[in-house]
Design a protein around this ligand. Structure first.
Ligand code: IVH
Length: 754
């Protein structure tokens, strides 16, 4: 039979359940119940406590929200000094450590020394005092003799128990350990700060220190802090066990978090093995560590060997190579990646960090450069963690004499001098010279040859790489000038395969306008957009001649506002029309770079624009194509305006690349015979599905993915499955391969009926 619990028992049960989930979540990052369930438990406890205020105790999990702000922290004297650690940086220094121990304790080589090994957490030291099992004090290390009383803040850290569980704890128990911020929480905190436009923390250690030393505990309560114990201060009963490792296990039984990586190792060999193991898993840990700590496990031996004023003789920190160092920025350059992304890179005075010498560090993108405001000459913090590429974390000491201007994105590619574009609202800037740019050559040619582009069979990635590396091919047009001898000389090529490739190249010369456009690799022009443009404009010349005014609109209301704003201040207060900052003077969100191009195109300079009437500034674009907005307009016009791109296109056409005018047969007869027809293709057919799709689209059909009552035909190849069944059920006409051919043939015939 179910026993009814008293209110007290219910409250007690809820508290210990919530404490347990806090530990799972905040200490082990391993929640066992969903957040909503946790919230429900907490609410239930809050409700019960509200009904029975007399039962609220300071150690209830509901009391972790944070007290009112303090004016300053009180100073508290430590009952026993909080010591530091000696460091070792290599195996020799570790061997010296054990040598000193043996000498002082008179231990022979035959006697093994056991050490408790643990990670050295990168946070800040904290002393916790429990009296009769209740948390009564939390204090920072300070100068080791006295620190700051941060109890109200410590009470908000959910990893730290407000009361000890189990039994056997001494009346007074001081536990020492490290407060730290797990990386995940740190990233989230900085993300929030960025979104709010606030300053970010340089690293989790600073974030932990800043959070623990907040005068307003309600702020600390919102910071994702955690804690692992590593030692002891005053203990009223003397030792709680004979070995350091057993003492730690007892803490764990009382719910005080300890590192899951604690291990007892034997001798220096054991220490080195542990060090190497932790070094390997370092980047997989949930928090930053900066080394490992070894302590003689036997407390009697610890006592015999004692401490010097600053640090115990029985412990040592074996430090990892630092992952962060400071150095000077020599210059900031821009690198172009294989896909055209333009990345700012800091050239640094070489510095040893993360185990290697680093002389370049990425700045990611222009948003990051602006946020960190890094400039040549500055002293910066550089970080290299694991295999991650080195990055500039922050400016430590700005050195700005004569460098008062922030770093700007170059207008032209440092590799090929094509224009650099950075679409509105995007962090990444790109070189627009894909076809032509040396940095992007391999990718551009792979793309050109790919299945949905010119579909050059046999021209795989490896082959493209060889062709580019041996400088046989600089742009896609060079492919058509390759000789059989040149090809046969390449690795893994023979006469036969060389001939096959030549045949495939020959075959690829007949294509469609949509494929050709797609193959050019213009930023923002995918397969669908390429086909849409081909269909809407019909020929390459028209596409190449596109102007901003064809695609970009200035509404009459916008024109009126701009006109008014221009005339509200004297002419000489405006920047020139082609100045990149011209638009920033006006707070019009719509006035993008592309609109500025349109104004340049139309008025060529500011005098002409100022002389114009509002109605002349407004325009209605000639084209309205689904999906073409200001961003795409910019990318298209920029691409085709560049002489070197036009040259490659001309070279390709001279080499014989062409596209039979797909729409001409139909347009001659004045119709697109499959206009308005919806067709679905399924199963395996003898030609690639994309090819069939573009044939049908050229005749006006719309190709969709699923069969419905509105479908006019289902084209079903081999192994057609559920779509075929559905078409049959709905009575949709089904065409096989020969039916398809008949449909295509019939559509190409001039109509006989009209
Ligand atoms: S033992 C009496 N163990 O490192 C020995 N310290 O550089 C006191 N630290 O002030 C320290 N992880 O804040 C110890 N597993 C660990 C540690 C650790 C981090 C910190 C601690 C100490 C500093 C010394």
């Amino acid at each position: 039979m179910k026993k009814t619990l008293t209110v007290e028992q219910k409250i007690e049960a809820l508290r210990s359940e919530i404490d347990h989930h806090n530990r799972q979540y905040y200490v082990y990052d391993d929640p066992v119940i969903p957040d909503a369930e946790y919230d429900r438990l907490l609410r239930e406890l809050q409700d019960l406590e509200a009904q029975h205020p007399g039962l609220i105790t300071p150690d209830s999990p509901t009391q972790r929200v944070g007290d009112k702000p303090l004016d300053a922290f009180d100073t508290v004297a430590h009952s026993l000094p909080m010591l530091s650690l000696d460091n070792a940086f290599d195996e020799q220094e570790m061997a010296d450590f054990e040598r000193r121990i043996r000498d002082r304790l008179n231990l022979s080589e035959a006697e093994p020394i056991h050490y408790l090994a643990e990670p050295k957490l990168d946070g800040l030291a904290l002393n916790l005092r429990y009296e009769k099992g209740r948390l009564t004090l939390g204090a920072t290390r300070g100068d080791g003799t006295s620190g700051e009383n941060v109890t109200s803040n410590v009470r908000t850290i959910k990893a730290i128990p407000l009361k000890l569980s189990g039994e056997g704890w001494p009346d007074v128990l001081e536990v020492r350990g490290e407060v730290f911020m797990p990386r995940k929480g740190f990233d989230r905190l900085n993300q929030q700060a960025r979104e709010a436009g606030e300053k970010t923390f340089v690293n989790p250690r600073n974030a932990a220190a800043g959070s623990l030393r907040q005068l307003d505990p309600r702020l600390t309560a919102k910071r994702p802090l955690s804690f692992f114990a590593y030692g002891f201060g005053q203990i009223s009963s003397g030792r709680i066990a004979a070995r350091q490792s057993d003492c730690m296990n007892r803490l764990f039984q009382w719910d005080i978090p300890i590192s899951p990586q604690l291990e007892v190792v034997v001798g220096i060999e054991g220490c080195l093995e542990y060090y190497n193991h932790i070094l390997r898993v370092r980047d997989d840990l949930l928090y930053d560590i900066d080394g490992v700590v070894f302590k003689i496990d036997d407390l009697a031996l610890q006592e015999r060997i004692g401490s010097v004023s600053r640090a115990p003789r029985w412990a040592i920190a074996y430090k990892f190579p630092a992952q962060e160092e400071t150095t000077r920025v020599e210059s900031i350059e821009f690198q172009v990646g294989r896909t055209g992304a333009v990345t700012p890179v800091a050239r640094l005075q070489p510095v040893f960090v993360g185990g290697v010498t680093v002389s370049n560090a990425t700045l990611h993108n222009m948003d990051e450069v602006a946020r960190k405001d890094v400039r040549p000459g500055d002293t910066v913090m550089v970080r290299r963690a694991g295999d991650v590429i080195p990055e500039v974390v922050s400016v430590v000491d700005p050195n700005r004499e004569g460098r008062s201007r922030p770093v700007e994105l170059p207008t032209h590619c440092p590799v090929c001098n094509s224009q650099i574009l950075r679409p509105e609202g995007e962090a990444v800037a790109r070189c627009s010279g894909g076809l032509f740019c040396g940095a992007q050559r391999k990718e551009a040619i792979k793309h050109f040859a790919s299945r949905k582009a010119l579909d050059i069979e046999g021209l795989g990635d490896k082959l493209v790489e060889q062709l580019v590396e041996q400088e046989l091919v600089k742009d896609p047009a060079d492919l058509y000038a390759l000789s059989k001898e040149q090809l046969a000389d390449l690795e893994r090529m023979a006469d036969k395969s060389a001939q096959n490739l030549l045949d495939a190249l020959e075959k690829s010369k007949i294509t469609t306008l949509g494929r050709f456009l797609y193959a050019l690799g213009i930023m923002g022009i995918g397969e669908t957009m390429a086909n849409t443009l081909a269909r809407s404009l019909g020929n390459l010349e028209a596409i190449m001649a596109l102007r901003f005014a064809d695609m970009v609109e200035i509404k009459s209301s916008q024109a009126a506002k701009l006109h008014q704003a221009l005339h509200a201040v004297p002419r000489k207060q405006h920047l020139p029309l082609d100045d990149p900052d011209f638009a920033t003077n006006f707070d019009f969100k719509w006035l993008t770079r592309t609109h500025m191009h349109l104004l340049m195109e139309k008025f060529s300079d500011l005098d002409n624009l100022m002389a114009a009437e509002a109605k002349d500034i407004a325009n209605i674009p000639r084209l309205s194509i689904d999906g073409v907005g200001t961003v795409l307009a910019d990318q298209l016009v920029t691409f085709f305006r560049q002489e070197h791109n036009r040259e490659v296109i001309a070279k390709l056409q001279q080499a014989g690349v062409h596209w039979p005018d797909a729409s001409s047969a139909a347009s001659e007869s004045g119709e697109r015979p499959l206009e308005g027809k919806t067709i679905v293709i399924t199963g395996t057919l003898s030609r690639p599905r994309d090819e069939i799709k573009s044939d049908l689209e050229a005749l006006g059909a719309k190709i969709t993915g699923s069969v419905s009552k509105k479908t006019d035909y289902l084209i079903a190849g081999e192994a057609a499955g559920s779509k075929l069944a559905k078409a049959e059920k709905l009575g949709v006409p089904v065409l096989d391969e020969s039916g398809l051919q008949a449909l295509l043939d019939a559509s190409h015939q001039p109509s006989t009926e009209g």
